[in-house]
Design a protein around this ligand. Structure first.
Ligand SMILES: Cc1ncc(COP(=O)(O)O)c(C=O)c1O
Length: 424
């Protein structure tokens, strides 16, 4: 075989095969109504965004407290750029461990009430690095079926035996834990058991029965990791998340979260005891083998956490909750039953993928930006519009959203199909 890269014929035929194979797969994705594509936004995150040149009302952001474009975060980032420049230069363990990273971790630990914390460049990196560092082939990882893909990927990467329990189903969780302890009994070396759940589920907006999950996990000798990505800033007196609201902070072994949602910046973190953090510094490969986050991003995250802890943080939180109430009652006015969720994520489940995509595309034409969430993010046949509320929305805008939703859902009612449906 001629592998000389300068041989034109070899290069051309390899390219041809690559495109041919990928085109076939893309065609399948299109047929299923699952094609995704990027939309360019040319404005800061906020309620009013410029989507591909059109001014739209944005109901798709996880910037729940409206901090992503807040002056305090912008000022912190600008000051960090002035002092530290833009790039971090290397990984944290080489020469990239800058003051803003250390300050961020001190701030996270104080906020979450733990001994220590470790910041990663994304929540995805934190998930993959943490789970694969804690577990190996002999261990067992038990996840709620709706746990975020990043943690599932970390579980797969670890090589541990992976079992999923039906969403929020404590009986199923216990059955798996019983099986896990039987395996543990048979093992020469004690196997580790790690249970993973989100506190507020990212695509359903419902809450995990955290207290019961913690009780069961510890009864069967496991460790508990809770992903508070969608609850920090909105739950608990100190706005630390659902574990605080449920008064069970100390029952969680590994506090996990992101810095890119209510906190308003970007990145992920793990908070817990000093041994856990020390272990991850030495073992989490996505931490060790990756350039440190930009100092400006970490400085903005620190400013975001401080703002959440301030009086303004509480005012913003209260506002989100009152807007959630408005949204639910306006949906009812339009004949749409709101989901019985208690969070800033309000999914309108439509079922069929092509219908969800069509309704989202029509809404976008009308100046309303709500994403259609489809497989593989949610199960097949459970496509939905994921509406999220932020502190910066106005009551009038919520009325408009619900009116447009009602109108467009009537135009494309249940059972609607579009044989020619192709990505907009
Ligand atoms: C529940 C949950 N966990 C983890 C992540 C990953 O975080 P990041 O976006 O910072 O990579 C996300 C974000 O999409 C999430 O929703």
């Amino acid at each position: 075989m001629d592998l000389n890269p300068h041989n034109d014929r070899t290069v051309a035929s390899r390219k041809h095969n690559l495109s041919g194979a990928l085109d076939d797969q893309l065609e399948e994705i299109v047929e299923l109504g699952l094609m995704r594509h990027l939309r360019e936004i040319d404005s800061p995150q906020g309620v009013n965004v410029q989507v591909e040149g059109h001014e739209c009302l944005n109901y798709s952001s996880n910037d729940y407290l409206g901090l992503a474009n807040h002056p305090a975060l912008k000022e912190a980032a600008i000051k960090a750029i002035e002092k530290y420049g833009v790039g971090s230069g290397a990984s944290r363990l080489i020469c990239g461990n800058l003051r803003p990273h250390v300050e961020l971790e001190e701030t996270i630990a104080a906020f979450k009430g733990t001994e220590a914390a470790l910041a990663f460049s994304s929540g995805y990196a934190a998930a993959v690095g943490t789970v694969s560092a804690l577990l190996g082939r002999d261990d067992i990882v038990v996840v709620d079926k709706l746990t975020h893909a990043s943690l599932i990927d970390g579980a797969r990467l670890s090589g541990a035996k992976l079992r999923a329990f039906a969403h929020n189903d404590l009986q199923k969780l216990e059955t798996i834990l019983k099986w896990a302890t039987r395996l543990q009994g048979e093992a020469v070396h004690a196997r580790r058991i790690l249970v993973i759940t989100e506190s507020v589920f990212s695509m359903d907006g419902d809450l995990a029965p955290l207290k019961n999950i913690a009780e069961l996990t510890h009864q069967y000798g496991g460790w508990l990791l809770v992903d508070e990505a969608h609850s920090v800033g909105l739950f608990g007196e100190q706005r630390r998340g659902l574990a605080e609201a449920f008064e069970m902070h100390d029952d969680i072994d590994i506090h996990f979260g992101t810095l890119g949602k209510a906190i308003g910046s970007a990145g992920g973190y793990v908070a817990g005891n000093a041994t856990l953090i020390n272990f991850l510094i030495n073992k989490a490969r996505s931490f060790i083998f990756s350039t440190a986050p930009l100092p400006a991003v970490s400085a903005a995250a620190t400013a975001g956490i401080r703002l959440i802890q301030s009086e303004e943080g509480e005012v913003r939180r209260q506002r989100v909750w009152s807007l959630i109430d408005h949204l639910k009652s306006e949906l009812l006015v339009q004949g749409i039953t709101p989901p019985p969720t208690q969070s800033s994520i309000i999914p309108i489940v439509l079922g069929q993928e092509t219908r969800a995509r069509k309704i989202a595309a029509e809404l976008l034409k009308k100046g309303i930006y709500v994403p259609a969430i489809r497989y593989p993010t949610v199960a097949m046949g459970k496509a939905r519009l994921r509406v999220s509320m932020t502190a910066n929305h106005e009551v009038e805008q919520i009325k408009l959203l619900c009116h447009m939703l009602g109108e467009t859902m009537n135009e494309f009612p249940e059972g609607w199909t579009d044989e020619d449906a192709r990505p907009a």
